[in-house]
Every structure is written in structure tokens, then in C-alpha cells.
Design a protein around this ligand. Structure first.
Ligand code: HDE
Length: 726
């Protein structure tokens, strides 16, 4: 059953699937579950994800309605005393239907409530038994089924995808020795370095308790009060402001395990590691104005993006890697590797690639799969172990505890999405909603009645999980190690590693955020902290706040270090496959419509999702001007013959000023934009001069080449002014 359809990423499929607006068509799954073929071994037999999940799937096609207890019923009308009379208590059909509805919601995740998930497969590049006993890394080509959930942190379940926030990338491997989760985020660091501060952090960042404002945003007093007092957060704040907070899509962000973990070999030898997932789509981010427009126009943008890509066969991939170092190097890099607010620059410890994850199937039911998955850093397998990182230690408690709250009982590991693909044998019993039927009457160990089974497994017996020796000693103390104390050198490194245009993005982001702060004290405290990172940064942010003063430069933590791996915008994308492209046309011009048809095929052939935009949805048009917006496209092209609707055009078919506004906004969002032939007059009318990322040409071949390069560049930041002197 090893037909891994993800290898056949056919551009033909992309063309057939069309644009993101054809979501109705893209969502029609029918019975085609072929992509769920990733295999796992269960007691010697190989079982696909599809086969594993099939017994749990409900198919309602061509069947009669029943109650939950199986009686065929008519549930369209309630039972009444007389045709206009009251509904009867006797109506068990009515009561069950309403009761099930009343209880449909479970508590949303207290953090990371908003997200999207997908199935996939991991393929190991080799046999890594020299560093870990983990079976999913034991041979080249070994495939392990996966489920991955991506998320924002602060927003509620119904909040917008494009909120400025850290983003989760939580991955589950259904290995043949049990489930292993890397519950990571899209930056290599966290806000705090002691888990006991997590409730404080989240209380400060969530909407304020009095008015529940703002939703999914840190631009408010309590957040900056916390950041300027708990200064361990500064490193992460800098990265979020530099573009990591608003990724273009889930597909265009990396993931990090953040903490130091241990890998353990069969023999018990250990190495420290930091996990990373590198997006093979590359890293790309929105600009802030664009992210805000996305939030208003399509709050499901990221959810829809990854769904559409997977349905079209453009399967996103991430490379799993580790930074490997010795346990005696804990303090060798100028900070403590147990402090999760610090990252190890890849120039210092390069990432060793281990394998690749391909997401190749969407869930069939959001609640059953994406909502019910319960990740835990404590889901580890033989060969993987923890470090003493105090945040990791705290997480080992919290994730187990939170699932109890979400499920209302301890049997959450029995949900189909949570079940390991290997049999369960233990003496855990009963509890709410027990789904297994344990047949062993000796629910205790040791026993004779069941011949001592289940037997204990360990390093040498039963291929069991084992903890490699870890020497721990010390007086009980409520203190953080002084090796965690420097909160400014790395934010300075992040700042140094940004291009001038990215520094401006970070400054603008901090201006936006801090100008929402009401308390002068908080503003001043935060500016004081920025000054410890860089005096110029503090001056530039303070410029818009007015009621603060910038202290003289405090150079204690200033350094000239840089790392090449922080910048998002300076590196071109490795591929443009799966980006969105708009072709702007008019149905009132035959020339425009025929050019749109030809161009859309040519751009589809580059692997893009192409939408033809025009006044109405006549054949050949995918989206109307009444619905389209610049946020829908990573680049766009105006067709000749359509000029008049841009230059003179008002029409009741779309809002005032709309067609040309799309071109102007796309330019203002830094996107590649262009025109074929006579349509270049649209750019003159829009006051957009030919320059980087603005392509005006009579040649389709030239435009195709220009856009291929321009979409890889992704954002043309030279369009935006820098603060004078920077
Ligand atoms: Fe989480 N975190 N966290 N976290 N976290 C949760 O668990 C928590 C931390 C992360 O898609 C919760 O199942 C504590 C770091 C992701 O389902 C909760 C601390 C990192 C997700 C929780 C941390 C993360 C969560 C909420 C100590 C990056 C979403 C629901 C300071 C390495 C997983 C749930 C998904 C979810 C607690 C810190 C990432 C409450 C106490 C560091 C990606 O248990």
C-alpha cells in the first residue's frame, strides 16, 4: 500500500484545481483518500493512515437518519400536543438533538486556540542510530505518518489568522514505537525562561480583563508592561517585530523545538540537540499594512492557503534538522543552553538535516482531527530525552493537565487522532468515555494471573523508553541561574542581522505597538529597554511617542555580532510554486479576455494559483472586482484592453475606485506588479514608475521571466522610505 501520491506534484493538478476562489471544487473530497497512504507498522503488519482511520469514519451517504442509539428516526419536526401545541418532554428525538448541540463545544486551547492541521509523512534521510535510538530515524527512506497543527498563540478560536504573533508548528510522528511530538514555534526562542511565569505572560498578552480589548494583539499596556519588566522577552519581541510575527502563510515559516533536548543511543550515549523544521517553500512574511487588510478581508487566509495547496497537490515540505552539541558545551556559546530565550546561531552549530516532512492530506473533520489532537512535549519515544531547561520541565506538566480540561476526562489518548499506531498495553483503567474493552482482569503489576503481562520494557528489554543518567544535585532554591541573566546581547544580535529595510520594518512595528500604550511609565520603561539593545532603535521608536526621553547610549550589551539566518526578506524564495497570482482583465474587451486566457495558462505552468479578475464571473473569470483585493495575490499583471476601467472606471459592479486600488495596494504591499503592452498606462495613472518589481513590457516572455524572479524576491522593500540617516 505504499503509493505516496505526494511525489506526483503535478502542475496539471494545480491548473485543474485553479485559483483559491474555487474552494468549492477544491474541497470536494468524495471518497478519494488516496493521500492518506503513509504507512505504519503494527505488530508486523503494515497499516496505512487511511486504513487506521477508516474504522472511525462515518459515511452518511444514502442512509436513513438515526438517533445516537441507532433507531431510524425523522428529526425534522418536534413532537407536539396538537399541530399548534407545545413540544412534549417525551420527545427523545428532540431532547437528544438539542442536548448534543448544547454540548458541541469543548474549551478552546488556552493558548494557540486558532489553527489548522494536516496529515503527512516523514521520511528519514538515513540511519541515525549513532545519535539516537529513535526508530523513525533508523534507516534511509523509512516513512512515518504525521499530523501537524499550525497556529497563532494569543487569539481566540475565531480570531484572524494574520494577527501579529508567534506561530505554533506542532508536529506529531506516529512512530512504530509510539507517538513523538515536537511542539514547536516559528522562532528559535521563547519569551520566558521559567515555566512558572507562563500564566503571567499569557495574562499580559491576552485581551485586557476589563474590556476584552484588543483581540489577538500585543499592542496594549499590559503586554508592554510585561515585556519591559520581564526583559527575557525582548529577544522574541525583536524577532516578532522583524517579520516573524506575520508569516505569508503557514507554508512559509520554519519551526523550532526551542528547548535543548537530549538524544540517546541504544547504548545510552547522549548528545544535546535543538530541533528545527526548515520550510522548503522558504520563509516569507506579509508587511503589516497587508496583514491588517488580510485580517479584515479574509481572517481564514492561512487556513485556506494550506488547505488549497494540499488539495491541489502542492504538498508543503519541511526539513527536520538538529543542532547537535555535547553536554559539556552547556555554557560554551556565551549563554546557557538551558535558557530557552537564547538561540545558538547556525554559524556556531550548524543544522544537521535528518529527514523531510510532507503534508499531503487535509483532515475530513476539523473538530475530530485538528481540534481534538492533544500535543505534548512529554510524548517522547526511546532515544529522545529531556534537558533541565526549566520551561521544558514545566511544559511536561502543563500539556497533560490541559488535555484533561479540554476533554473532561483522561481518555483523550483514545481519540482516533491521538491513538498511537501501535497497540496499548497497561494498567490504566476506566474514566470518562473509555473506548477500549480491557480483557485482562489483572490490572496490576506484578501479577501471576496474566503471567506477569504486560511486562516492563526498558533499555535492554522490550525496546523500552529509558532515561539516560543525568546527574542532578543542588540546594533547593527559588532562583534563576545567573547564566540566564543577559537579556540584551541576543536581541542586539537580531537587530544587527537585519538589513536596513528590515530594521525599518521592526521600527515601524514597534512604533505601531508602543503608540497604543496609554501609560507613559510603560512607554518609558520599554524605551529604556530598547536603549540597552541599540540607542538608534530607541531614538527611532521614541520619535513617535513624544512623551518619553531616550537615555544616553548604554553600551553594556552592544556588540557587532551578526548571523545570516535571521533575515527573512533578504533571501529569495527557493520556489514560487503555490503562490497566488492575479491577472486583471475586463469582460468589455475581447483583447483583454483573450490575453487573460493565454496568460493565465502560462502563469499556471509556473506552478502558481492563477485567478483572472473581471467584472462578472463569465467563463474564464475566477473572481470579480467586487470580491478581489490586493491581498489575494503575491503578484499581479494588468491585461491590455482593460485600461479604461482602471483609468476612468466607476461602475455599480464594484466599490468606488476598486480596480486601480488593487494595483496601487499591491504596489504598496511591496509585491511584483506589471502590465502587458498598452496596459502600462494604468501604472502611469496610478503614479507607479517602472522600477524594482514593476514590470511593464510588450513581451509575454519577458514578463514571465520577470515575474518568476520577482515572486522569488517576494517583497520589494526598496519602495519604502527609511528614517533619515539610516
Ligand atoms: Fe505551549 N501550551 N506552553 N509552548 N504550546 C499549549 O497545550 C505551555 C511553550 C506550543 O497545536 C497548551 O494543548 C506552558 C513553548 C504550541 O495543539 C498549554 C509553557 C513553546 C502549542 C501550553 C509553554 C510552546 C502549545 C494549550 C511554559 C514552543 C499548540 C493547549 C512556559 C517551543 C499545540 C495545549 C497545538 C499549547 C502550555 C511554552 C508551543 C496550555 C505552561 C516554549 C505550538 O498546555
Amino acid at each position: 500500500m505504499r503509493s505516496f501520491l505526494y511525489f506526483s506534484t503535478l502542475l496539471g493538478t494545480v491548473a485543474a484545481a485553479g485559483c483559491p476562489y474555487m474552494s468549492g471544487q477544491l474541497r470536494a473530497r468524495g471518497e478519494d483518500l488516496g493521500k492518506r497512504q503513509s504507512a505504519a507498522s503494527i505488530e508486523g503488519t503494515t497499516i496505512s493512515t487511511q486504513d487506521f482511520l477508516a474504522p472511525f469514519e462515518l459515511n452518511d451517504t444514502n442512509v436513513y437518519m438515526t438517533t445516537d442509539s441507532g433507531t431510524p428516526i425523522d428529526d425534522a419536526v418536534s413532537l407536539k400536543a396538537g399541530i399548534r401545541g407545545p413540544t412534549l418532554l417525551e420527545d427523545f428525538i428532540f431532547r437528544q438533538k438539542l442536548q448534543r448541540f448544547d454540548h458541541e463545544r469543548i474549551p478552546e486551547r488556552v493558548v494557540h486556540a486558532r489553527g489548522a492541521g494536516a496529515y503527512g509523512v516523514f521520511e528519514s534521510y538515513g540511519n541515525f542510530s549513532n545519535i539516537t535510538a529513535a526508530s523513525f530515524l533508523s534507516e534511509a527512506g523509512k516513512q512515518t505518518p504525521m499530523f501537524t497543527r499550525m497556529s497563532t498563540v494569543i487569539g481566540e478560536r475565531g480570531s484572524t489568522d494574520s494577527a501579529r504573533d508567534v506561530h505554533g508548528l506542532a508536529t506529531r510522528f506516529y512512530t512504530d514505537e509510539g507517538n513523538f511530538d515536537i511542539v514547536g514555534i516559528n522562532v528559535p526562542i521563547f519569551f520566558i525562561n521559567d515555566a512558572i511565569l507562563f500564566p503571567d505572560l499569557i495574562h499580559a498578552l491576552k485581551p485586557q480583563p476589563n474590556d476584552q480589548i484588543p483581540q489577538a494583539a500585543t499592542a496594549h499596556d499590559t503586554a508592554y508592561d510585561f515585556f519591559s519588566q520581564e526583559t527575557s522577552a525582548l529577544n522574541l519581541v525583536m524577532m516578532v517585530m522583524a517579520g516573524y510575527g506575520i508569516p505569508r502563510s503557514y507554508r512559509h515559516m520554519d519551526g523550532w523545538g526551542v528547548h535543548t533536548y537530549r538524544l540517546v543511543t541504544n547504548e545510552g550515549a547522549t548528545k544535546f540537540v535543538k530541533w528545527s523544521w526548515k520550510s522548503l517553500q522558504g520563509k516569507a512574511s506579509f508587511l503589516w499594512e497587508e496583514a491588517q487588510a488580510v485580517g479584515g478581508k479574509n481572517s481564514d487566509f492561512h487556513r485556506q492557503d494550506i488547505w488549497n495547496a494540499i488539495e491541489a497537490g502542492i504538498y508543503p515540505q519541511w526539513e527536520l534538522g538538529v543542532q547537535i552539541f555535547d553536554e559539556d558545551q552547556q555554557l560554551a556559546f556565551g549563554f546557557d543552553v538551558l535558557d530557552d530565550t537564547k538561540f545558538i546561531p547556525e554559524e556556531v552549530v550548524p543544522v544537521t538535516p535528518l529527514g523531510v516532512m510532507t503534508l499531503n492530506a487535509n483532515p475530513q473533520n476539523y473538530f475530530a482531527e485538528t481540534e481534538q489532537i492533544g500535543f505534548q512535549p512529554g510524548h517522547v519515544v526511546r532515544g529522545i530525552d529531556f534537558s533541565d531547561d526549566p520551561v521544558l520541565q514545566g511544559r511536561l506538566y502543563s500539556y497533560l493537565d490541559t488535555q484533561l480540561n479540554r476533554y473532561g476526562g483522561p481518555n483523550f489518548e483514545q481519540a482516533p487522532i491521538n491513538r498511537p499506531r501501535v497497540p496499548i498495553h497497561n494498567n490504566n483503567r476506566d474514566g470518562k468515555a473509555q473506548a477500549y474493552i480491557p480483557t485482562n482482569i489483572a490490572a496490576y503489576s506484578p501479577n501471576t494471573l496474566n503471567f506477569g503481562s504486560p511486562m516492563e520494557a526498558n533499555q535492554t528489554t522490550g525496546n523500552g523508553f529509558f532515561t539516560a543518567p543525568r546527574y542532578v544535585s543542588g540546594e533547593l532554591t527559588r532562583e534563576l541561574s545567573p547564566t540566564f541573566a543577559d537579556h540584551w546581547s541576543q536581541p542586539r544580535l537580531v537587530w544587527n542581522s537585519l538589513s536596513p529595510a528590515e530594521q525599518q520594518i521592526a521600527v515601524n512595528a514597534l512604533r505601531f505597538e508602543t503608540s497604543h500604550i496609554v501609560s507613559t511609565t510603560i512607554k518609558q520603561n520599554f524605551i529604556n529597554q530598547l536603549n540597552l539593545i541599540d540607542n538608534g532603535l530607541a531614538l527611532r521608536v521614541a520619535q513617535v511617542l513624544v512623551d518619553v526621553t531616550v537615555p544616553p547610549p548604554d553600551t553594556t550589551y552592544y556588540n557587532d555580532n551578526t548571523t545570516a539566518y535571521i533575515s527573512i526578506f533578504s533571501n529569495p524564495l527557493p520556489t514560487i510554486q503555490g503562490l497566488n497570482f492575479g491577472i486583471l482583465a475586463s469582460i468589455y474587451s475581447n483583447q483583454s479576455m483573450s490575453q487573460a486566457a493565454t496568460l493565465s495558462q502560462q502563469f499556471r505552468d509556473l506552478g502558481l494559483f492563477v485567478s483572472v479578475v473581471a467584472e462578472t464571473l463569465v467563463p474564464g473569470v475566477n473572481v470579480t472586482y467586487s470580491a478581489a483585493d490586493a491581498i489575494d495575490f503575491d503578484g499581479l499583471l494588468v491585461t491590455p484592453g482593460s485600461e479604461s476601467i482602471f483609468i476612468n472606471g466607476t461602475s455599480p459592479l464594484y466599490p468606488l475606485g476598486r480596480p486601480i486600488q488593487i494595483v496601487q495596494n499591491a504596489y504598496d504591499y511591496g509585491k511584483p506588479v506589471g502590465a502587458l503592452g498598452s496596459a502600462s498606462t494604468v501604472f502611469q495613472a496610478a503614479n507607479i514608475l517602472e522600477g524594482p518589481g514593476v514590470y511593464l513590457s510588450n513581451s509575454t516572455t519577458t514578463l514571465l521571466a520577470d515575474f518568476e524572479a520577482g515572486l522569488k524576491t517576494f517583497k520589494f522593500l526598496e519602495r519604502f522610505p527609511l528614517d533619515p540617516g539610516y
